[in-house]
Design a protein around this ligand. Structure first.
Ligand SMILES: [Zn+2]
Ligand SMILES: [Zn+2]
Length: 350
């Protein structure tokens, strides 16, 4: 397990935490209310891309500068902050003092847009940025240059896929309130961007399945050009028979983020917590209210009522993911990117 300490005075700043993949929703902005912690207790993740201030205007950065920071399509602003920021749940942080005066532009909480807003409780070094404003997943981001790992002892072993199949990562698609899960909205948006790039601009024939049809299925029908499907899509992964499709949707490992590797065909990676419910929809209490003309029943685990509105992948997460893929340089995909960017509230995002 990792323990992070202040680089200035060695004060311990976290409980022991084990590494997991960076969640799709970690940079998501959702609704207007307060959101829970982005990370599960006892875990941390690392963002490989530059994050936080300074923020540069697109004109300042230039195409080459943007590509060096992992962007392949136009953005409003680009972070020139450090790579390798470490994110964890606020409850796993110790020995820090919030400095709200360092944070401007917040509403109900801290937004962290202008850099660290927490200092080391012992030496006063700016060590972390807390984010808990409305519409943002609560998190603490440790500044990579201000902390160091002090415990390189035993890491939690990486679970095998067979092990994961027994107790699969599982994000319920619908929350207790009857609202579609925001984490599904983020992960579907990430998968949609990869799926578009994998399609090469051809239509995609979708796999059967009610949950798939209501979520990713609806989403992928919108931005893809009309016409007869030219490519097939199927889920592939642990516990499924071999898929015979042009494009296979595989789970990403919840700890390493590595896509399941034993598939033939072009791969679209999907967060494991979303992939498992899609690949193995459990038959549950039927809930007869119709959504999109289809009964929404078999995935209602834990929910008290069926979803009352259409599923929408997160438009900003979609654009962010697409802009990270080199394929977005291709004119047909660039056209979709620019169209969604200029009308972010159009279908399937609204
Ligand atoms: Zn607010
Ligand atoms: Zn310190």
């Amino acid at each position: 397990m990792a323990v992070f300490a202040c680089a200035g005075c060695s004060a311990v700043l976290t409980v022991p935490v084990s590494r997991v993949e960076l969640p799709d929703h970690v940079h998501q902005q959702y609704g207007y209310g307060l959101l829970p912690a982005a990370m599960e207790p006892g875990t941390y993740a690392v963002d490989p891309h530059p994050g936080g201030p300074p923020w540069l205007a697109w004109e300042e950065v230039g195409k080459a500068g943007a590509a060096a920071r992992g962007w392949h399509a136009r953005r409003d602003v680009v972070s020139d902050g450090p790579r390798g920021r470490i994110v964890l749940a606020p409850g796993d942080v110790r020995g820090t003092v919030p400095v709200p005066e360092w944070d401007d532009g917040h509403c109900c909480g801290l937004a962290g847009m202008n850099g660290p807003n927490m200092m080391c409780g012992r030496c006063g070094l700016a060590v972390a940025t807390r984010i808990d404003d409305c519409g943002l997943w609560q998190a603490v981001w440790l500044e990579p240059q201000a902390v160091r790992r002090v415990d390189d002892g035993a890491e939690r072993p990486v679970a095998g896929w067979a092990e994961l199949l027994e107790d699969p990562p599982w994000i319920p698609p619908v929350e207790e309130s009857g609202r579609w899960s925001p984490r599904w909205a983020a992960s579907a948006a990430v998968a949609l961007a990869h799926l578009l790039a994998a399609s090469g601009g051809a239509g995609v024939a979708l796999p059967r399945g009610r949950l798939f049809s209501l979520t990713l299925g609806r989403a992928v029908r919108e931005p893809v050009p009309a016409g007869s499907p030219a490519k097939t899509l199927a889920p592939a992964g642990p516990g499924l028979p071999d898929a015979h499709a042009d494009i296979v949707m595989v789970p990403r490992h919840p700890q390493t983020g590595e896509p399941w590797a034993r598939a033939a065909g072009t791969i679209v990676p999907l967060a494991a917590g979303v992939w498992f419910p899609l690949a193995f929809p459990r038959e549950r209490r039927p809930a007869p209210r119709a959504t999109d003309g289809e009964a929404a029943g078999d995935f209602m685990e834990g929910a008290t009522m069926p979803p009352d509105r259409t599923f929408r992948p997160d438009g900003k997460v979609f654009l962010q993911t697409l802009a990270r893929l080199p394929a977005v340089r291709e004119p047909w995909l660039r056209a979709i990117y620019e169209r969604c960017r200029s009308a972010p509230w159009s279908a399937p995002f609204q």
